[in-house]
Design a protein around this ligand. Sequence first.
Ligand code: AMP
Length: 296
Amino acid sequence: MISLMFNSVATPFWEWQRCVEYNLWTPNHPLSYLTISAVARKKMARVLVGVKRVIDYAVKVRVKPEKNGVVTQGVKHSMNPFDEIAVEEAVKMKEKKLASEVIAVSVGPTQSQEVIRTALAMGADRGVHVEVPAAEYDLLQPIHVSKILAKLALDEKADLVILGKQAIDDDANQTAQMTAAVLDWPQGTFCNKVEKTDAGLTIAREIDGGLETIKTKLPAVLSADLRLNTPRYATLPNIMKAKKKPLKKVTPKDLGVDTTPRIEIISVEDPPVRQAGAVVADVDALVAKLKAGGHI
Ligand code: AMP
């Protein structure tokens, strides 16, 4: 506290404010290290957000005739809905000056860049596209994505990784948990509310019985649940601005991550078609029908 006050006085105000806003290292100032360390305790430097391109939630998914996957050609895709919530949370942190930079990452084929651009239009600062060709992408599993995100989190010196609680295509709900495990960072999954404190984060988590509140230090990995926030729409001017924001392309190999498939898809089937119901005249008829069907 004393060092914070001392440094606040000793450091020119504009420079202190710049440190607060951008968490910058100012080597020409003899006391900047103490100032920055005091500031750094109060804020996060970087947030990495995972954005997955998935078949749009409103599309009826169809299995390919060869039964080795689902039809993706000519099908509308968009950002995984839980990832929109993750981006919104990160952008809000930046607006509240709790984060200095938001980096959107998508792992997948070339078209994955579309969802990175959407994240940039929502307010992320830059994007990283980890290119995995479409043929290999079908067999890419959460463990591979987790290793990629973990490596990027370290390379980008992120303090926080925010992912969706699950991707609506494979419903795995594994990537956030495994990213935390690979990094050996604490995790706050199914976030309903996230608050920054001097010590780290206070998180309300959605659990079966209601809400559970936990505290965690940074760095950490979070997963966004449905009620965390309402994501903003990307406005046309922001979509135009997003085209100019930086987007870096790398491969899993560049990151030293082996994406050799660990699974083989044997068969993909449609869910069983729901049988039509029957209307019965009264309770006696219902009981008789249930008995006849061997249900009671
Ligand atoms: P999952 O574990 O597959 O249900 O995915 C959970 C979350 O991990 C998603 O909501 C994304 O935030 C992130 N994620 C999964 N796959 C990818 C991917 N290919 N690219 C970027 N983020 C991903």
